[in-house]
Design a protein around this ligand. Sequence first.
Ligand code: ADP
Ligand code: MG
Length: 246
Amino acid sequence: MSVSVDVRNLSITFGAGPTAVKVLPDVSFSVKPGECFGLVGESGSGKSTVLRCLSMLTDFWQGDILLDGQSVRQLPLIARCRMLQMVFQDPYGSLHPRQSVRTVLHEPLAIHGLDDREARMRRALTDVGLPVSFLDRFPHQLSGGQRQRIAIARALILEPSLLLLDEPTSALDVSVQAEILNLLQRLREERGFTYLLVTHDLAVVDHMCDRFAVMQRGEVTEILPREAIADNHASHPYARELIAAS
Ligand code: ADP
Ligand code: MG
């Protein structure tokens, strides 16, 4: 259950006329099925924009994005949701305060017309290490780490092959960060997901990723294996600087 990702000459401009900003001039990279691929770079370098283009949350980009060789533009919404899901940085913002965990998990199952909903919801909670009694909780009754577990359960419930993870642990304190990273690691080992993981933290890349792309001002400056962090064999000066500072 994994999928390859090919991003070719992805570019996007926000705004028009004299105020237009080309946020991604020309981004290309490929992720192998089952790989955990990191996107790192300072704030504003375009990491989240890449994920938003991939998930079609933003759709006015140019270039090609292929999932298993199929253009994301050609994938119907329903098929796209079954193939890729996204987890966001802020577990507070990504859950509605007045929706119970049951509502959050039930909604995608209902939209996609899946049966055995109760069993699927229970399994999703078990998968993220929470008791099934949490189905009746609301976001304010959960800790930050628990909320992020619910966001991950919501992403898992349609059994996608690709998870787009946008700084999934940046809003959490350090011990909870490690728990969530370990959870993501275990899920990948068990299910063979492909991960595209955005982070500004090279320690997270070192913990999770097989390879990573270093982004600077909307461009991929270099693609490196995880080992490059320990021995800093990056050739681009910015990538070297970023690794040296970590
Ligand atoms: P990162 O995730 O690496 O911090 P983002 O992808 O969020 O960076 O943003 C990259 C750049 O694109 C930033 O300069 C940001 O201000 C700009 N940007 C992102 N979304 C929009 C938008 N909808 N309109 C205009 N500029 C945007
Ligand atoms: Mg971002």
